[in-house]
Ligand binder design. Structure first.
Ligand code: GLY
Length: 353
């Protein structure tokens, strides 16, 4: 069992990582919450796998439990689904001392967290992430949101969970595509902060070897994220490092209406394309883009989106990270060392090659 504390004063919490943790998750939640009612928010895919079992575990602990289920996929992370969920909490008669549990991947965690942040101006929530991407990134750090037509995560809050319970055995039901989707974010952590992690991921013989060691990858990524969030909870500086590959990645995802590339695949394209360009511009150590390319190819992650530069620029212009006349890009000096680079909007095309 690995325990990683996220020290944020009154909003501090612990990330617990262990194989088989799921068995005792009801007891763990009871030890943290005096709630009478628990709303388990999840999607149809995860509910079919784990919903009933979680309801039984929580009921055994004396909670009154309801499962609120929405259809899976980023295109359901909407204000409409959010409204349905908040209304469901109200109809269930939940009070300030009750609890939301987010059971699922990044979409579920973001949406359920935003419901918890908004209902009665904020009630407790706990994250049980079930995908690699949510275990190493989105369940940690308190960014909760829904998408608007104008862009991803445009309505949201910073709202920390009371705990994050990660059982890496739950990844056994993840498809290969989504294992690799999450791995793109692990590669990102390696790129921006940890060359040894990058080398480790590049070195696994195959997916079986990766999965055999996945606890250590998850723990390393969570620890990196925890230290960054502790220093910059509200994303005004250092935390932006976590956006490496994301500005272009979000634009790619959005360009295809979230139906062609997954989040991790978008990030993979963004990391490679930007680094190829910054290397050409002499800003990144030679050979970095090639190393990124080789690890992405190893895990069947895409390198290009096949979209015209002008179209991507158009989508990027609407990205929330565009701040007035400039945008903050994350650039690698070398593998393991990312830096923030404020770029004038007029200069952005140069970084797209
Ligand atoms: N996923 C990026 C962040 O939490 O800041």
């Amino acid at each position: 069992m690995e325990k990683i504390d996220v020290a944020l004063g009154q909003d501090s919490y612990t990330i617990e990582i262990a194989r088989g943790l799921w068995k005792d998750v009801g007891t763990k939640i009871r030890s943290l919450s005096k709630a009478e009612k628990v709303a388990v928010i999840t999607d149809d895919t995860v509910d079919a796998l784990y919903g009933k079992a979680l309801e039984e575990k929580l009921s055994k602990e004396g909670f009154m439990v309801r499962r609120f289920i929405f259809p899976h996929g980023e295109h359901h992370k909407t204000l409409a689904v959010f409204e349905t969920m908040v209304r469901a909490c109200a109809q269930f008669g939940m009070t300030r001392s009750d609890l939301v549990v987010a059971l699922g991947g990044g979409v579920v965690g973001d949406l359920a967290g935003f419901v918890a942040a908004s209902f009665l101006r904020g009630i407790d929530f706990i994250q049980i992430p079930t995908t690699l991407l949510s275990q190493i990134d989105s369940s940690v750090g308190g960014k909760v949101a829904v998408d608007l037509k104008a862009g991803k995560n445009l309505a949201g809050a910073f709202y920390q969970p009371k705990a994050v319970f990660i059982d890496t055995d739950l990844l056994a039901t993840l498809s290969t595509r989504f294992l690799h989707d999450g791995l793109a974010e692990a590669i990102k952590y390696g790129c921006i902060k940890d060359a040894a992690l990058f080398a480790k991921i590049a070195g696994y013989a195959d997916d079986a070897a990766l999965l055999a060691d996945i606890d250590s990858v998850v723990a390393t990524c969570c620890a990196i994220k925890a230290r960054i969030v502790e220093q910059d909870e509200f994303d005004t500086g250092l935390r932006m490092l976590l956006n490496f590959g994301h500005t272009l990645g979000h634009a790619v995802e959005q360009h295809f209406g979230y139906s062609c590339f997954t989040h991790g695949e978008g990030v993979a394209i963004g990391m490679y394309q930007l680094t190829k360009r910054t290397e050409e511009l002499g800003m990144t150590a030679k050979g970095s883009a090639e190393r990124i390319k080789s690890v992405l190819e190893k895990y069947n992650l895409p390198l290009t989106a096949g979209v015209e530069k002008a179209q991507l620029l158009d989508t990027m212009a609407r990205d929330k990270k565009k701040n007035g006349n400039s945008i903050t890009l994350i650039i690698l000096q070398q593998i393991g060392e990312g830096v923030l680079q404020k770029v004038d909007w007029q200069e952005v095309p140069k970084y797209l090659g």
